[in-house]
Design a protein around this ligand. Structure first.
Ligand code: F6P
Ligand code: MN
Length: 331
């Protein structure tokens, strides 16, 4: 008998995990996997991006397993001034080692490091190794974000040749694009090991937007962003905000809508980092049929002059993001 679970976009088949009482103990017949990540990458990705993606997939399982054990705050802070947790540093070091070991990373730059780590390959990787780590205690979803750039960093999102994000939530998923649609894999246990199996191909934002989430404090938002935010309920959207960019964007991709960390009155460049957060997610969002903006132009055209440069971000369903651009420009 086949157990089926419908997870978002497609139906994934897996072997039944429970036996009926009193039935003789026998091996559960092995179900062929729908499609494993390794096979998908072999068929659909250039060798360098395939190797980097697979390295991230394997390390993400270790990050997920380690979150409960490394929640303590360290005394230091990252280059943007955010308090660092042991899990931030652990994830950073794990991903740096995994990515450089592939031989395909030219350099690895991270939100958690002052300088990139140089390596021998051709792809520049920019990462936020643990997005939303201030949410560890409250058990909200966390994430990791990776941008694969064809140029040395810093570079604009136009140099992206691929991007990927991981969710550490109710499911460990990888969502990525190499410029031909957005695809998603989920980690499933296979005995003692984990394997990544296909969860959805060519993901698209739904036509009708349903949810919105804006970061930061409402009283600090610039007026036009605050007015736009206030109009959304009346248009049938629901406010849903978890405080982790990856988690908040992930629901926008599934349900349609908008996520923003807007320009703040005293911080017109917002909070999210262009290289590590905004551009990679904008790339994925555009591949899913959406649009992302810094308030005046396509986020992919923002050319940061430093690794940690920040930008306001409006991302999600194209129509809504274009409307925010208009409100901001006429403010
Ligand atoms: O990486 C920064 C981050 O943790 C994002 O994941 C999140 O969107 C944002 O900060 C939340 O900031 P705030 O607590 O100001 O809403
Ligand atoms: Mn982050």
């Amino acid at each position: 008998m086949e157990a089926k679970c419908v997870l978002g976009y497609i139906t994934v088949s897996h072997p039944p995990t429970r036996r009926r009482l009193n039935t003789p103990k026998r091996a559960v017949p092995a179900e062929p996997p729908s499609l494993k990540l390794e096979e998908f990458l072999r068929l659909n990705a250039p060798d360098d991006l395939a190797a980097l993606t697979y390295a991230i997939a394997k390390s993400s399982v270790d990050v997920w397993d380690s979150i409960p054990f490394k929640t303590g705050l360290l005394t230091g802070s990252n280059p943007s001034g955010d308090a660092q947790k042991a899990i931030d540093v652990f994830s950073n070091d794990l991903f740096v080692e995994a990515l450089t070991s592939t031989g395909h990373a030219a350099e690895v730059a991270s939100e958690e490091m002052e300088e990139p780590v140089a390596s021998k390959g051709g792809v520049s990787v920019a990462m936020d190794p643990l997005d939303g780590s201030s949410n560890v205690e409250t058990n909200n979803p966390l994430g990791s974000i990776f941008g694969f750039y064809s140029r040395r960093l810093p570079a604009s999102g136009r140099s992206l040749v691929g991007a990927l994000y991981v969710t550490y939530g109710t499911m460990l998923t990888l969502t990525f694009s190499f410029g031909k649609g957005v695809h998603r894999f989920v980690a499933l246990r296979e005995g003692a090991a984990m394997s990544f199996q296909l969860l959805g191909v060519n993901l698209k934002l739904p036509d009708r937007p349903e949810v919105y989430g804006f970061g930061g404090s409402r009283k600090e938002w610039v007026d036009a962003a605050a007015r736009f935010w206030a109009s959304l309920d009346g248009r049938g959207l629901r406010n849903r905000y978890c405080g982790t960019f990856v988690g908040d964007y992930n629901q926008v991709l599934a349900r349609g809508g908008i996520f923003s960390y807007p320009a703040l009155v005293n911080k017109p460049r917002g909070k999210l980092r262009v290289l590590f957060e905004c551009a990679p997610m904008a790339y994925i969002n555009e591949q899913a049929g959406g649009y992302a903006s810094d308030g005046t132009k396509n986020m992919l055209d923002v050319a940061p002059s430093g690794l940690a440069e920040t930008s306001p971000l409006y991302i999600g369903s194209a129509g809504l993001v274009r409307e925010v651009e208009q409100s901001l420009s006429s403010a």
